[in-house]
Design a protein around this ligand. Structure first.
Ligand SMILES: [Zn+2]
Length: 315
């Protein structure tokens, strides 16, 4: 079930390029003239719409063509990826072939172009070994193509050179991307990809929310102890624990003194002059931008590989 066929003048026609009315007109016209052909084997193509409204081309009769039939999930995800690329102003084609400088050929599910930049999106619904994944990624790299992978199963080799996300769902309920324990609609994820908000590692310049909790303890004044600092930036979350504000020198340097203020000693009404303990007290919450100080603090407390790929909001 490809999203592309060959038109009467040898041009490619892509289903996701056509508004509803043009799609119906193409179907009418093809019923009469039978001039659309399949890109895989040049046999006659039929213009089809699935029960759930997905537009695609199919062999009028299967014949000797060996190309594997595609599932509706694959077709739907390709359409969503192509539409996201187009929303972001990229040109794109599906089932797009190319070759590396050493002559190895590939076919991308979706290939988006903007100026010199080329981005492939591969939808991997069937199992694929790590070896095969890395081999295919290297072939794209040598061909000057950045490739994003959407996997149904976890356990793929995500790294700086291998942008990937796990995707769940189906054609009826819609699809979700999963990142760092959070999920978001696939459309939102793909928009973030094309807006360069899908980042690897600690996202310098990303919007973040800081929340600080701690135990307050004392008689005449309450001292924050057992401090817990949490910073969330998009799908990322970092946590810091310490006994004392001095445990976080890099964080104290950031946040315009707000952290220092939150961790300062509180005087209490002398009427209640007895030992007071307030556990897990919210001390402050504020919005910030991940600056160099945050990066340093996060790097000191977390292994950089733990950050992986995330979707963030930028200032
Ligand atoms: Zn064919």
């Amino acid at each position: 079930m490809p999203l592309r066929c060959i038109g009467p003048d040898g041009q490619f026609i892509q289903s996701f390029d056509l508004p509803e009315a043009e799609w119906l007109a193409l179907r009418q016209e093809n019923r009469r003239s039978r001039q659309l052909r399949m890109p895989c084997c040049d046999s006659a193509a039929a213009v089809k719409t699935s029960n759930r409204g997905l537009k695609f081309f199919a062999h009028k009769s299967r014949g000797p063509c060996q190309s594997a039939p595609e599932t509706e999930v694959h077709l739907a995800l390709k359409t969503l990826a192509a539409q996201a690329a187009q929303r972001a102003g990229w040109r794109c084609s599906t089932e797009a072939s190319g070759s590396s400088p050493s002559g190895e050929t590939w076919t991308a599910d979706v290939l988006a172009y903007k100026g010199e930049a080329k981005v492939a999106i591969e939808i991997q619904w069937s199992p694929q070994t790590t070896e095969e994944s890395l081999y295919r990624q290297e072939r794209y790299r040598q061909s000057g193509v950045r490739c994003l992978w959407l996997f149904r199963r976890s356990g793929f080799p995500a790294s700086k050179d291998f942008p990937a996300a796990r995707v769940s769902g189906d054609v009826t309920t819609g699809f979700k991307a999963h990142l760092g324990g959070q999920e978001m609609p696939i459309e939102e994820f793909l928009d973030a990809v094309f807006a360069k908000r899908f980042r690897y590692g600690i996202p310098l310049g990303a919007k973040a929310v800081v929340r600080i909790r701690g135990t307050l303890m004392g008689i005449e004044e309450l001292t924050p102890m057992s401090i817990f600092i949490e910073i969330s930036a998009g799908t990322l979350r970092f946590c810091f624990r310490g006994r004392d504000p001095r445990d976080f020198p890099d964080l104290l340097a950031s946040g315009d003194g707000r952290i220092l203020k939150a961790l300062s000693i509180r005087r209490i009404n002398p009427r209640y002059r007895s030992l007071t303990i307030i556990e897990e007290a919210p001390l402050t919450e504020f919005e910030t931008t991940i600056c160099e100080h945050w990066v340093k603090a996060i790097e000191a407390a977390h292994h950089p590989d733990n950050c992986g790929w995330s979707v963030v909001e930028l200032e």
